[in-house]
Design a protein around this ligand. Structure first.
Ligand code: NAD
Ligand code: GLY
Length: 360
């Protein structure tokens, strides 16, 4: 088993990564929630038939009373109605302030269950058991929890760190290829922003089978990079923004496709290509650095290199980026492959520079 400790003072916690961990979760939870009697397990309609029967008996054998709450799979469940439904169900179950909420699923389940945990009874303990690659390398770590509003994604939320993150890499075997590739976009992002050796490792293992043969190393390396970023900027006021490499333009692509044509991972993939091109065009990125390797790697996982995007959509995405204020915007470029460089640009200038790179 690989263990990573996230050091955030009294909000510190461990990430544990091991094959078969799902069956042993009861004992692990006992150590982090010694006072809990009840565990409310939130999952979705795809994950429930695959993994609930592996998790629940172990939790009950460890002495917990459990209840399972299933939401329909997909982003549409990450909304205020579903959150209110969950709050009421948690109350019906008799959850108390010493009990805990467990998220078993991808980022949708983690974000919704985490926000419920952050808010019900003014906050109860929260455990993440992520089952998608994206959730294992990104959303289950760092404490961001949220729901979507009609105005946009993740607009109501909280920082609510989990007490423990349990990752069983075997759960990734049942992911559709497209969902696995979505997670790979974030995996590749970590190599781009923080670790050239890891990027080279990925380039040398450009298939799902090869990644799965080294999955503990891949998960550990990504989570370790996220750990160091989150430890230095838990509340996302500065350093954490390097995790947004490929995301500002990616957000425009998601908007252009009405969040239906392109998945988040696909949008981030094309967004990373655009950001690398922008860095090269502005002279922030050393010339010739990384473009061919990045495009080869993304292509190997079936991820797009280009997404065309109308100017109005780009304007909206860049202007509405909730992480920035005023006439300037900070974009994450690369100084070189493996080293992110935040750069402040005038929004108008950014739009001007980006347009020819996007072929819209
Ligand atoms: P998801 O939770 O919708 O999961 C993708 C699909 O895979 C779903 O259909 C799900 O039912 C299915 N699934 C999950 N585990 C499975 C398994 N082991 N086998 C087979 N199918 C499985 O999406 P996601 O990509 O995991 O997460 C995306 C969400 O995460 C978005 O809402 C995004 O906003 C959020 N997110 C949050 C953070 C954060 O820091 N909190 C970071 C990145 C993304
Ligand atoms: N996924 C970006 C963050 O956690 O900050």
């Amino acid at each position: 088993m690989k263990t990573l400790h996230i050091d955030l003072g009294e909000r510190s916690y461990d990430i544990r990564i091991a094959s078969g961990l799902l069956d042993r979760a009861g004992e692990e939870l006992k150590t982090v929630c010694p006072k809990a009697k009840r565990l409310a397990v939130v999952t979705d309609s795809n994950v429930m038939p695959l993994y609930a029967h592996r998790l629940i008996p172990g939790l009950e054998q460890a002495g917990f009373e459990t209840a399972l709450f299933e939401i329909p799979a997909g982003e549409k469940s990450k909304n205020a109605e579903r959150l209110a439904w969950l709050w009421e169900n948690l109350m019906d179950f008799g959850l108390t302030r010493t009990d805990a909420v467990v998220a078993l699923g991808g980022g949708v389940v983690g974000d919704l269950a985490g926000f419920a945990a952050a808010t019900v009874l003014r906050g109860v303990d929260f455990i993440q058991i992520p089952t998608t690659l994206l959730a294992q390398v990104d959303s289950s770590v760092g404490g961001k929890v949220a729901i979507d509003l009609a105005h946009g994604k993740n607009l109501a939320g909280a920082f609510w760190q989990p007490k423990l993150v349990l990752m069983d890499p075997d759960t990734l075997n049942t992911l559709p290829d497209k969902t696995f590739s979505d997670g790979m976009a974030e995996v590749i992002k970590y190599g781009c922003i923080a670790d050239r050796d890891f990027f080279d490792f990925l380039s040398a293992h450009p298939s799902r089978a090869e990644i799965m043969a080294h999955i503990e190393h891949v998960l550990y390396t990504c989570c370790d990079i996220k750990r160091s970023v989150v430890e230095s900027d838990e509340r996302d006021t500065g350093a954490r923004m390097i995790l947004n490499f490929g995301h500002t333009v990616g957000h425009a692509f998601e908007l252009a496709g009405h969040y239906e044509q392109w998945t988040h991972g696909q949008a981030v993939a094309a967004g990373m290509c655009a950001a690398l091109r922008l860095g090269l065009a502005l002279g922030v990125t050393e010339s010739g650095e990384g473009m061919e390797e990045l495009t080869n790697l993304l292509q190997a996982f079936g991820l797009p290199l280009h997404i065309s995007c109308p100017r109005e959509v780009l304007e909206q995405a860049v202007g509405l980026d909730k992480k920035n204020t005023g006439s300037q915007i900070t974009v994450i470029l690369l100084k070189e492959m493996g080293k992110a460089q935040p750069v402040k640009l005038e929004r108008e200038g950014l739009l001007r520079d980006l347009e020819p790179l996007l072929g819209s």
